[in-house]
Design a protein around this ligand. Structure first.
Ligand SMILES: Nc1ncnc2c1ncn2[C@@H]1O[C@H](COP(=O)(O)OP(=O)(O)O)[C@@H](O)[C@H]1O
Ligand SMILES: [Mg+2]
Length: 446
């Protein structure tokens, strides 16, 4: 009895202790500070952190304990750079041309220069492309080009088909910033946030040749358009929210509904683009993550997908941002992003640890398992067939589904998990185990 009371006291003391997070030496955004604070975290500069926010050094990553988490997968640039995204997605697109027909054709000028020049020569007179630096952001260095623009095989740039028929609202072009959270690669766990931003251009859309240099017409980046005299920040005091240059997805859906457009169908196809992109990136993220169980729970990543909707309401993937802007430039930004980070901290489920319990780290172990075994699992033999790691993985996946906040689980999703099987380069044991659990595991005692 005495012992129990002591251990209870110990637990209470532990619970009272703050959770610590560390920020890489950057000026932190207000929404990050507020979200961490609201979640009971204190900022620390030493090593006793539970969450490291920023790009951690290789040494930090190597030394991470089982209970620590950081917000970038080592392989995040395999989708986070525009050239890499195209290299990987185009491979899958060759295999599944219809299903992956959502990234505009792209030419890396270093490798595809001559092929592109051939395509350009044969293209109809008024065709446009967009030239972008392979590794930049915020609209920097981006230009529209036509059949006459002079080009060189510059390795720092790529050229992409220009989606010249965007869906317009009040005659303005816009794109969607969609927030996507990955909490694990093996098994894959992908979540999409139910809100996000709509970013408008600040001059009415035009395809006139004399307008192709006008960035306020063709680019929808906030960093570009905030310089426009027409830019209107979405603050609580503005008279009409519809005039603002940034909207929430909620406002956007309302606008579509007013126009008689079914936004549910549109967002379903956006979810499809997001999940297929994550599945295409899975082998690369996993490779860089190391095929060992040692660091598999140490990472999460909040990506910002840039999605353009064309006039047929088809979503196009323009790029995937690692470290999407968390700047609270307007009341709307602050509101959406603070809630986003709070929900994310809740979902990833950091636990307070007491060091003793975690002193023993799991040893490096390759987890290559026989996938065919899964078929023979049933409620009677379940406990013999799976090991502790399998159970932990299943529990984590199921527990995350109880902490979704405004996130929607795209994978593993009981309703459609098997529809995406074909797109995985390799079937993975834990993905398949969770799938089997969804299909006939209602009597399994985890
Ligand atoms: N293929 C495209 N078709 C039409 N517009 C595009 C295309 N690619 C980019 N854009 C426009 O240019 C903007 C910036 O492009 P993006 O690829 O997101 O680069 P950055 O990293 O600079 O934000 C987009 O937000 C969009 O408005
Ligand atoms: Mg962008």
């Amino acid at each position: 009895m005495l012992q129990e009371t002591r251990s209870q006291q110990f637990l209470v003391e532990q619970i009272k202790k703050p959770l610590y997070y560390k920020l890489q030496g950057q000026v932190p955004f207000k929404c990050i500070l507020s979200a961490f604070e609201a979640a009971g975290f204190e900022r620390i500069d030493e090593e006793n952190w539970l969450i490291y926010w920023g790009l951690a050094s290789k040494e930090t990553l190597k030394e991470m304990k089982k209970y620590q988490k950081t917000n970038h997968f080592p392989g995040c640039w395999s989708v986070g750079r525009k050239d890499n995204l195209w290299i990987h997605l185009s491979k899958v697109k060759r295999k599944f041309p219809t299903e992956y027909y959502f990234i505009p054709n792209t030419y890396l000028l270093q490798h595809d220069f001559e092929r592109f020049e051939g395509v350009r020569e044969c293209a109809p007179k008024k065709t446009l492309w967009i030239k972008k630096p392979v590794a930049s952001a915020r609209g920097n260095g981006i230009k529209l080009i036509n059949k006459k623009t002079k080009l060189t095989a510059d390795k720092r740039y790529l050229v992409m088909d220009y989606i010249s028929n965007p869906h317009l609202i009040n005659n303005f072009k816009y794109d969607l910033r969609v927030y996507v959270l990955i909490t694990s690669i093996d098994p894959l766990r992908v979540y999409m946030y139910k809100d996000g931003l709509v970013r408008f251009a600040t001059q009415e859309y035009s395809l006139k040749s004399s307008d192709i240099k006008k960035r306020f017409i063709h680019l929808t980046n906030f960093s570009v358009n905030k310089q426009s005299p027409n830019f209107i920040a979405n603050n609580q005091n503005i008279e009409q929210q519809v005039k603002a240059s940034k909207w929430s997805h909620k406002e956007y859906k309302q606008q579509l509904a007013n126009q008689g457009i079914n936004h549910k169908i549109l967002f379903k196809s956006i979810e499809d683009v997001v999940l297929k992109t994550c599945i295409a990136a899975e082998p690369l993220l996993l490779d860089r993550n190391g095929k060992t169980s040692e660091h598999k729970n140490n990472y999460f990543e909040l990506f910002g997908f840039d999605i353009l909707i064309d006039e047929t309401l088809k979503p196009w993937l323009l790029e995937v941002n690692v470290s999407p802007s968390l700047n609270s430039a307007s009341d709307l930004d602050a509101q959406i992003k603070t809630k986003l980070i709070s929900d994310m901290l809740h979902l990833i489920g950091v636990e307070y640890h007491y060091k003793k319990a975690f002193r023993v780290q799991i040893k490096k172990r390759l987890y290559e398992r026989n996938i065919n075994e899964i078929q023979s699992i049933n409620s009677r033999n379940f406990r013999q067939k799976v090991n502790q790691e399998d159970l932990d993985v299943m529990l984590q996946s199921l527990e995350e589904q109880l902490r979704l906040g405004q996130f929607k689980c795209l994978y593993p999703n009981k309703k459609n998990i098997s529809e995406f099987d074909d797109f995985f380069e390799y079937p993975r044991f834990h993905n398949k185990l969770i799938q089997k659990y969804f299909e006939d595991g209602s009597n399994w005692v985890i």
